[in-house]
Design a protein around this ligand. Structure first.
Ligand SMILES: C[C@H](O)[C@H](O)[C@@H](O)C(=O)CO
Ligand SMILES: [Mn+2]
Length: 420
């Protein structure tokens, strides 16, 4: 007789089989998905540049829990711990300001591939993929609230140079690791109060992006993606890079857009946007996060919003076109624990989506039998999904259930709390 986990799994497997669901298939499918973990959960979105910090950017990690990563070595040590506590193989999404060989005076318009080699070596050693994004927040050249769409040519040129280099670095990360990189572009630009001209900044943004993307891109190793936002801190009235702006730009240039679950009006569901965007984009990137009342970037929960997103991807078999990344940063709790909680929840939602009898649900829907559709959807919610999840954790040699938390406590005591 196997372990208790295995016994529970065998029972669950039988129950799911009766509903027409093959749990073995679901397990295989889950383990094939690489989720991209946003490394800025580990350093409070500060980065390691040795240049003066700025105030611009419209995003902020709040809280002062001890133990944040202060350099690239600490960052990968923390990321490695997060990955050791979740099943599967994943990706780490690194920002340009997390420059690994931080030298005084090297600013974002001077970054080189070599500055990120440390991450490449670590990723290769650990079978991890890397994603990338240029960083605008917290930089003095973003203090005016504008970057690529600034009216000041000097500011624009600085960011164009940075974004061009970021795209090249993305290609380098993808080429070196052998796992295609997604390079995500988000800019904070906008006005606190009602502008008199909404068009001019968008025109400048278009021109700047054209300059960023005018070189021949290597789309085998890197794919650039554009992230919109409704508003940010200090940018309440108008954001230059709105959803419509990037949808139009992405369609024209055959680029993916990034859907951040916190970047829309709170009543809008990202899950509901995916199928429409599929008519426009070959691929999209997701920033899975938990917006509490606004773009608060709370740790991903195992909630309906996340579940709906995963259901939508799985039901349509879009895992090769929809790339799943997280985007949250909470500095009020242990940062490694935050990584584990958010990633495990993302995976749990994905697994639950794989355990759905989608074909039956769609048959009932097409027959107009909405009663049976609702009845089955609700029934599936309390199926023994956790037994399948525990089975995966045991199979993958990662702690089953809450067992992972003791590991984080040990790590906090032995590593994080000893940091200066
Ligand atoms: C650091 C990222 O670029 C940032 O979180 C962005 O993705 C975002 O969502 C800003 O609100
Ligand atoms: Mn985001």
């Amino acid at each position: 007789m196997g372990s208790k986990t295995e016994q529970a799994y065998e029972l669950a497997k039988e129950r799911y089989a009766k509903m027409g669901v093959d749990t073995e298939e679901a397990v295989k499918k889950l383990l094939a998905v690489r989720i991209s973990f946003n490394a800025w959960q580990l350093d409070d979105d500060k980065g390691f540049l040795q240049v003066e910090a700025g105030t611009g950017g419209g995003v902020m990690a709040t809280g002062n829990y001890p133990g944040a990563a202060k350099n690239a070595e600490q960052l990968v040590q923390d990321a490695g711990t997060v990955f050791s506590l979740i099943p599967g193989r994943h990706k780490l999404s690194v920002q340009s300001k997390m420059i690994a060989s931080a030298e005084p005076g090297i600013d974002l318009d001077r970054i080189e591939k070599e500055h990120y080699r440390y991450y490449v070596d670590w990723a290769k050693e650990n079978g991890i993929g890397l994603d990338f994004n240029p960083s605008c927040s917290g930089h003095p050249m973003a203090n005016s609230g504008f970057t690529l769409s600034s009216a000041d040519e000097r500011v624009r040129e600085f960011w164009i140079e940075h974004f061009r280099r970021a795209s090249e670095i993305g290609e380098y990360l993808g080429q070196e690791t052998g796992i295609r990189c997604m390079t995500n572009y988000w800019i904070p630009d906008g006005y606190k109060d009602m502008p008199a001209d909404m068009y001019a900044p968008r025109k400048r943004l278009e021109e700047s992006l054209d300059r960023v993307f005018d070189r021949k891109a290597d789309r085998v190793h890197n794919m650039d993606s554009l992230e919109s936002k409704l508003f940010g801190i200090g940018v309440e009235a108008y954001t230059v890079g709105s959803h419509e702006f990037y949808m139009a730009y992405a369609a024209k240039h055959h680029l993916p857009v990034t859907l951040d679950a916190g970047h829309f009006h709170i009543s809008e569901e990202v899950a509901n946007k995916i199928s429409s965007l599929m008519f426009l984009c070959d691929e999209i990137l997701l920033h899975v996060t938990r917006p509490m009342r606004w773009d608060s970037d709370h740790v991903v929960a195992f909630d309906d919003t996340t579940q709906n997103i995963m259901n939508e991807i799985v039901r349509n078999e879009w895992l090769d076109r929809v790339h799943i990344g997280t985007d949250y940063f909470d500095a009020s709790i242990n940062r490694v624990a935050a990584g584990v909680i958010g990633l495990r929840n993302t995976q749990k939602a994905l697994l639950k989506a794989f355990l759905e009898p989608t074909k039956e649900l769609r048959t009932y829907e097409n027959e107009g039998n909405y009663t049976k559709r609702l009845a089955l959807m609700e029934e599936m919610k309390t199926m023994p999904f956790q037994a399948v999840w525990d089975h995966i954790c045991e199979m993958e040699n990662v702690p089953v259930g809450f067992g992972w938390f003791a590991e984080v406590e040990r790590y906090e005591k032995e590593v994080q709390l000893k940091r200066q």
